[in-house]
Write a protein that binds this ligand. Structure first.
Ligand SMILES: C[S@@+](CC[C@H](N)C(=O)[O-])C[C@H]1O[C@@H](n2cnc3c(N)ncnc32)[C@H](O)[C@@H]1O
Length: 182
């Protein structure tokens, strides 16, 4: 990990989930990481599970401008979040905000559900049917390119390019790493 991101690097987990698992993980590795989620309960659980990072997690909404200053993070993660936000807001607010707060030379990790329109499926974690917004990988890449980022390609065995997988729900996902140009 530290070969890619130096220890102490500043990171943001945008939409950190209930319990802020990755904020805690990166904090344990020595990164200066903060996270937020839109749901109060997610953050309450994070503070209860991991009191060590209580000051590093907060409630915020990625469909609105973020409070963080420009170019303040070395890395930004946003995994399984834009599936909850309408495409017009993702294009006009969320992706511009995620890239605005990234330093030049910083990396955005973005994971999203792939497809057209919306998908409703049974989510066993919630024991309920849930509806998700799907995204075209081409559209996401085009938006990120317009925001001054380029997709980090796959080189040898290192992760890169557009990486696809299907989870057990099942839903198809795309994961990418985008480098903000200097
Ligand atoms: C499926 S969880 C993903 C959690 C985590 N990123 C992961 O990869 O495990 C979705 C998270 O996105 C958050 N979320 C949904 N809509 C959001 C929004 N508009 N702004 C910020 N967070 C949002 C939810 O509160 C939840 O924490």
């Amino acid at each position: 990990m530290r070969e890619l991101i130096p220890e102490g690097a500043r990171g943001l987990d945008a939409g950190c989930g209930s319990g802020a698992r990755d904020v805690f993980f990166y904090w344990q590795l020595g990164y200066d990481v903060v996270g937020f989620a839109a749901v109060d309960e997610n953050i309450r659980v994070a503070k209860e599970l991991h009191p060590e990072i209580a000051e590093k997690v907060s409630v915020a909404d990625l469909s609105k401008p973020l409070q963080h200053t420009d170019e303040s993070f070395d890395f930004v993660m946003c995994n399984a979040v834009i599936q909850h936000i309408a495409p017009d807001l993702v294009a006009s607010v969320t992706l511009p905000e995620l890239t605005r707060v990234l330093k030049p030379g910083g990396v955005l990790q973005l994971m999203f559900k792939v497809g057209d329109g919306i998908k409703t499926l049974y989510d066993k974690d919630y024991d309920a049917e849930r509806t998700f917004q799907l995204y075209s990988a081409d559209d996401v890449v085009s938006s990120l390119t317009g925001l001054g980022c380029e997709i980090i390609p796959q080189v040898g065995e290192k992760l890169g390019g557009l990486m696809y997988f299907t989870d057990p729900k099942p839903a198809d996902h795309c994961l990418l790493f985008a480098l903000k140009s200097n």
